[in-house]
Write a protein of this length. Structure first.
Lengths: 455, 114
């Protein structure tokens, strides 16, 4: 019994350290009272109550919630994406994907935090991180299911080294997306107000249109307009995002926002965010659609005019030359092979888009953002052009007035209260107090406390 | 109806225990024995009351011999007023419930007698 109480007391003391300071002392109080409780079962029950208290309080701690959510997502991914032993040739590939993604998702936040600081304050960066993680987990899971279906005839789908290289590059691209997401939403990268919501919102809207046009990532109607032209039309996305965010950045007077040439830089960041969102979302949606409805995937190519299963097979896969081991598919399997190869090929185009979409976005966005910034500088606010009606950055009345020390004290008071209430992390609090001292106008100060509810 | 004050029965028992001697500082185990609550129930109640400013908490001064310093609690002035109101309300409800039960019991007796 003594050993049991000792063990429980040790456990309680350790676990209490995980709680925030304001809650820790309550767990310590339970521990301090332990000596009063009669030894034996009463003392064990007392300590168990203390552990229950810690368990209740710990689920309100943010990082615990995050860790639990991530663990649930990772377990779900392994559940779906980890194949059992089989002749399916996608098996080793899926294992590499699942392991690589889970490790990257777990390690990257830590690495990014060291270099770029913790997550930026406010709702948008947090929501973007949660959403981005969910997207990546869903993409890998759907891709695993799709690839498994697309290579059931494992003996005829030998994975050649070139294919491995392609897949590893794609995995690295996805890891790059996660890193980009974490960096863009971290504290040291100061996107202008509304930069992130505008980028993600525009990207998501574009993704919705593109997905609606080709739910399987291929032309459903061979006589319809080619997907290529829709892809070209989608280039309007980074341009529009860059123009709008460049203009928003020009209005943003906070010293914290990146200067100089902030229009170009902000446009570049927001537009690459928009194109990346669009590409990722299209890839996720098409992969999920293919994984759920593999039988509805349009078969690649059309049976040649001559007809016959052989003709259909050659038009569909044309793989009699690219398959080094089995060049001859038995006629009875040819239709199945055709279906599987179509499923495997479908959705490749959206995945390939992942590779270069952010770079296209960054380049076009930088041009557009720089242009918006410059045109605003020469024409002034009145000559706003078509984008003047866009959602304006919240402007505080009299915000242009110079701030006094009393104003700064007041802002620090608000930040202190928010920190005491657990609304701000220590890092965010320190960073904001630092900005308070460098702020020049009342609008700057208001921006630093804008996301803190009054009282 | 029974919980018009918004406090649970357990919270009311904690308030009653603290209100019995509002100037004294009490430690957690004393409250637990008086209210017959388990630590896993008592402490969440104390946390909630302390966060609403109804209970003051502090660590015992000095280094008592042979045991760690205790965490002590008492009602704040707001807490005392609220506790008295809630307990009075509870007493009134209990009284009325007893009266209704007594009347109903009396009627049942009368019905049986008829």
């Amino acid at each position: 019994m003594d050993r049991c109480t000792g063990l429980l007391a040790g456990l309680l003391g350790r676990s209490a350290r995980l709680l925030p300071a304001a809650r820790r002392e309550w767990a310590e109080a339970v521990l301090a009272e332990m000596g009063e409780v009669p030894a034996g079962s009463a003392r064990v029950a007392w300590l168990c109550g203390g552990l229950w208290l810690v368990a209740r309080e710990i689920v309100t701690v943010r990082w615990v919630i995050r860790a639990l959510a991530f663990a649930a997502g990772a377990v779900g991914l392994v559940w779906i994406g980890w194949p059992g032993a089989s002749s399916n040739s996608a098996t080793p590939l899926n294992r590499v994907y699942v392991t690589g993604t889970v490790v990257a998702l777990a390690v990257l936040p830590w690495a990014v935090r060291r270099r770029f600081g913790p997550v930026h304050g406010g709702w948008a960066p947090r929501a973007a991180r949660v959403g981005g993680y969910a997207m990546v987990l869903a993409l890998i899971a759907a891709k695993a299911v799709k690839d498994r279906y697309g290579s059931k005839l494992g003996a005829y789908f030998v994975i050649v080294p070139e294919f491995w290289v392609l897949e590893i590059v794609l995995l690295l691209v996805i890891v790059g997306y996660v890193a980009g997401l974490l960096i863009l939403t971290s504290q040291h990268v100061r996107l202008t107000r509304w930069g992130l919501p505008v980028g993600i919102g525009f990207g998501a809207a574009t993704a919705g249109v593109l997905y609606g046009l080709a739910p399987f990532g291929v032309n459903v109607d061979p006589n319809g307009p080619s997907l290529k032209w829709w892809g070209v039309a989608a280039l309007a996305l980074p341009v529009a995002t860059g123009l709008l965010v460049g203009r928003l950045a020009a209005r943003d007077t906070r010293p914290a926002v990146l200067t100089p040439e902030k229009g170009a830089l902000q446009g570049c960041l927001a537009a690459s965010c928009a194109t990346a969102t669009a590409a990722l979302l299209v890839a996720v949606l098409t992969s999920i659609t293919i994984a759920l409805f593999p039988h509805q995937v349009p078969l690649e190519g059309t049976p040649a005019a001559g007809g016959g299963p052989g003709a259909g097979y050659i038009a569909g896969g044309g793989c009699e030359t690219c398959d080094p081991v089995n060049t001859v598919i038995p006629p009875s399997l040819r239709h199945e092979y055709w279906v599987e190869i179509s499923v495997g090929q479908a959705g490749i185009v959206p995945l390939a888009f992942l590779l270069f979409a952010p770079f296209v976005g960054a380049g076009l966005g930088a041009f557009a953002g720089g242009f918006a910034n410059r045109s605003r500088g020469t024409r002034g606010r009145a000559g706003g052009g078509p984008h003047a009606a866009s959602p304006p950055a919240p402007v505080q009345p009299l915000g242009h007035l110079r701030a006094s020390d009393a104003d700064r004290e007041q802002a620090i008071g608000v930040l202190k209260a928010a920190f005491a209430q657990g609304r701000l992390t220590k890092g965010e609090f320190d960073a904001r107090v630092g900005h308070v001292f460098t702020s020049e106008t009342c609008a700057d100060l208001a921006g630093l406390t804008a996301d803190i509810p009054p009282g | 109806m029974a919980r018009r004050s918004g406090f649970s029965a357990q919270t009311l028992s904690v308030l009653a225990s603290l209100e019995a001697d509002p100037t004294a500082w009490r430690h957690g185990y004393l409250l637990a024995t008086e209210t017959r609550l388990r630590s896993g129930t008592l402490y969440p109640i104390l946390i909630r009351l302390a966060e609403r400013g109804l209970v003051e908490a502090c660590w015992e001064d000095g280094q008592p011999a042979g045991r760690p310093p205790r965490h002590l609690y008492r009602l704040s002035s707001d807490g005392l007023a609220l506790a008295r109101a809630a307990l009075a309300e509870q007493a009134r409800l209990n009284h009325r419930r007893a009266a209704i039960a007594g009347r109903a019991g009396g009627r049942r007796v009368a019905a049986r007698g008829a």
